[in-house]
Ligand binder design. Structure first.
Ligand code: BGC
Length: 724
């Protein structure tokens, strides 16, 4: 039977294939298993997986490959040996761009701009599709509160509302309106669930949170992605209520499939089914396979528990054939929806790859996204923006002329395609006026380099100090106990700042870092994150005033690592420390540092200033059927045009369970010319006040609420209303 060129009846196909072939669909391998030489030689990693050449022949999907030529060859060879001509699915981690690299997701989160997230996902899908990718392991929507965890760079931040908006935008961007069209790929939301809450911020560590916490903070963004039609979901490595996700029937069947009616594919994370053994919930691979299949994990990534044991488990009556059929049906249906039966080489094109990857349009989008993601953290005396007519500019620091600014998870991106900060500044003001020196390395270096850099900086009129973390200091497997700048970077900064010249620090990093001392000393700080291919140009756009910064932090910057996890939507406690001037002993506080983070969620400066006035609500009572309009007058009181992100927070003063001190419930990005003012209005409805009560019911409760509006989660104006 050949399916090529036509639509396939998935149910009929399912009834025609053998059990062994079905189980093959549930296995995902890396491409090396299918590259010609490997087939038949069961050695090395294949031996470890316990799979044989028949399993490899039947395997349903491949991960971690891109490139038209290579993918085409693997698909062709595979189909030649395949009885039913069921095409392979190719999946990969296209996290923040494919060849054109966009800012890391944490940076994109700081744009507070869903259109940018949708657009960058769209471009990533277009490039990836030409390179043969059908499914991206993105968006990663794990809520993050602990900057020690290296994977905070992959999330859009600490807020469930914002994360949900971005989750939806990414799914729309990747999948488009019709998955079968070239350029559209399936999204895989991950890591279900609560992978972002490992104890102590230590990678792969235990997660132990209450069901209410899970439902209220951690689950909403996964649910949002699914509501937007996300086709795949990846399990997480961690436990949820003491059961690892990949074997967690409550999470995967009850919540995901029954409550949320999710009918898409579930894939395990890398080796997560076999890891049920070291977790201590399965004695061997047989039990691991049984638990994962019962929990509803359809695809096993890179271990061989399913191919080795599912057949036997069926024979023994431990697993029903219906469970297998349901899983295979979902996978075949996705292949059909992607249009792969009609064209197994869908989207693949060397020409399209050449014309799309890093094309001007994509680079322009990358530049716009990077500028929108950068956050101006400090600008004393308005030293920024620098004038383009300024004299000499010294760019100093390990990131002065560094092209490795793409960040982790950019495997198809190449540093050589990226614009360094120095190059971006040269592109802006010409090479004659720009000098650069490293001063020190990220990890370590000798003091001579610092001396030389300081000498060079003395000759300049303005200084840009480019510091940060190396890309591999964040991402998977990169937790840090200390989150300060490493090596001699602070020493370099001290020496440079002693020159008392107009100096702006530009930071390249994958997590909020501890910059408290530096922040106190430096006149200006711009958080650039890992900004991607166009990073240097985007930073220069901001440093020289062609772009007025609009980024706002989507994750708090801790005062010090000892305060972590620190986040804005916390509970009050019975002994709250209302403000940092309070010196009482018996209130919830640290005796040596403030409670508040250095920089709060939602914070970020502009080159202009905005005044908030006349905050009003249309009514001070709300019912289930009515709504209240909360409005505020915003005036651009500075001398340049700019955009402000007006933020709305709500607090439930008293509930049947404790409620956070504030929760983001809305925001609006508005553009105001210098001197212009405009009223911004938000609608407050009863459904915005719902929370999970002790019975895990999502309900609002009558009583008093605060509504707050302001430029960030700290500087807020407050009014009160009642839900009756
Ligand atoms: C990561 C996932 C990723 C997968 C495939 C795992 O180690 O946790 O986020 O999608 O590898 O590369």
């Amino acid at each position: 039977m050949t399916n090529q060129g036509k639509k396939v009846d998935v149910k009929e196909l399912l009834s025609n294939i053998t059990l062994k072939e079905k189980i093959g669909q549930l296995l995902q391998l890396t491409p090396m298993f299918l590259q010609e030489k490997a087939v038949g030689e069961i050695t090395g990693p294949m031996g470890d997986l316990g799979i044989d050449s028949e399993d490899i022949k039947n395997c349903g999907s491949i991960l971690g490959i891109g490139g038209a030529e290579e993918v085409m060859e693997i698909q062709k060879n595979y189909l030649e040996n395949s009885k039913h001509k069921i095409p392979l699915l190719f999946m990969a981690d296209v996290i923040h761009g494919y060849r054109t690299i966009f800012p890391i997701p944490l940076a994109l989160g700081c744009s507070w701009d869903e259109e940018i997230v949708e657009e960058t996902s769209r471009v990533a899908a277009r490039e990836a599709s030409a390179g043969g990718v059908h499914v991206t392991f993105s968006p990663m929507v794990d809520l993050v509160r602990d900057a020690r965890w290296g994977r905070v760079m992959e999330s859009t931040g600490e807020d469930p509302y914002l994360n949900s908006i971005f989750a939806k935008a990414a799914v729309r961007g990747y999948q488009g309106d019709d998955l079968s069209k070239d350029g559209n790929i399936a999204a895989c939301v991950k890591h279900f669930a609560a992978y972002g809450a490992p104890e102590g911020g230590r990678e792969y560590n235990t997660v132990d949170i209450s069901e209410r916490m899970l439902r209220e903070y951690y689950l909403p963004a996964y649910k949002a992605a699914i509501e937007e039609g996300c086709k795949m979901l990846m399990t997480s490595f961690n436990t949820v209520n003491s059961v690892p996700s990949s074997g967690n029937e409550w999470l995967m069947r009850e919540v995901l499939r029954n409550e949320w009616s999710y009918d898409g594919v579930v894939i395990s994370d890398w080796a997560a089914i076999k890891e049920l053994i070291p977790h201590g919930v399965a004695e061997d691979e047989r039990e691991a396979a049984e638990k994962a299949m019962k929990a509803g994990v359809d695809i096993e990534m890179m271990t061989g528990c399913y191919p080795q044991w599912l057949e036997k488990l069926i024979e023994e009556g431990k697993i029903s054939i219906e469970l297998i059929d349901q899983a295979v049906f979902r996978i075949l249906k996705l292949k059909e929806e992607l249009g792969l039966f009609a064209d197994p080489y869908k989207g693949l094109s060397k020409d399209r790859e050449a014309s799309l990857n890093l094309c001007e349009e994509h680079r322009n989008i990358a530049r716009k996204a990077a500028a929108a993601s950068m956050v101006l953290l400090k600008n004393d005396g308005s030293i920024l923006p620098f004038s383009k007519e300024t004299g000499k500019v010294a760019v100093i620091g390990p990131y002065a002329d560094e092209q490795s600014i793409l960040g982790w998870w950019s495997w198809q991106g190449k540093a050589e395609d990226a614009v360094s900060l120095k190059q971006g500044i040269i592109n802006k003001i010409g090479s004659e006026k720009v000098v650069a020196a490293k001063g020190c390395d990220i990890i370590d270096s000798d003091d001579d380099k610092i001396v030389q850099a300081v000498e060079l900086a003395k000759t300049a009129d303005v200084i840009v100090l480019a510091l940060g973390e190396a890309a591999d200091m964040s991402g998977e497997g990169a937790s840090r106990a200390f989150i300060k700048l490493s090596g001699k970077q602070e020493q370099l900064a001290d020496e440079i700042l002693k020159l008392n010249k107009p100096t702006a620090i530009v930071l390249f990093n994958g997590r909020p870092i501890e910059i408290t001392e530096l922040y106190g000393k430096a006149p200006a700080v711009l958080e650039a994150w890992f900004p991607g291919t166009e990073g240097g140009n985007a930073a220069a756009d901001i440093l020289f005033g062609d772009k007025n910064p609009t980024g706002r932090l989507s994750m708090s910057f801790p005062y010090t690592v000892g305060q972590v996890p620190v986040y804005y939507n916390e509970f009050n406690t019975g002994r709250p420390k209302i403000d940092d001037s309070n010196t009482e002993r018996y209130v919830s506080h640290y005796s040596d540092i403030p409670n508040a983070p250095l920089l709060p969620f939602g914070y970020g400066l502009s080159y202009t200033t905005f005044k908030y006035e006349n905050f009003m609500i249309s009514d001070d009572t709300l019912t289930e059927d009515s709504s209240i309009a909360a409005s505020v007058m915003i005036k651009n009181t500075g001398s340049v045009d700019g955009e402000e992100i007006v933020q709305l927070y709500i607090r439930d003063i008293s509930g049947s369970v404790v409620r956070p001190v504030k929760e983001l419930k809305g925001y609006k990005k508005i553009y105001l010319k210098a001197g212009e003012e405009r009223q911004v209005s938000f609608e407050i409805r009863e459904d915005m006040l719902r929370f999970y009560n002790s019975k895990m019911e999502l309900k609002s409760e009558k009583g008093k609420f605060n509504v707050m509006v302001g430029p960030n989660s700290k500087e807020l104006m407050t009014l009160e209303f009642k839900l009756i």
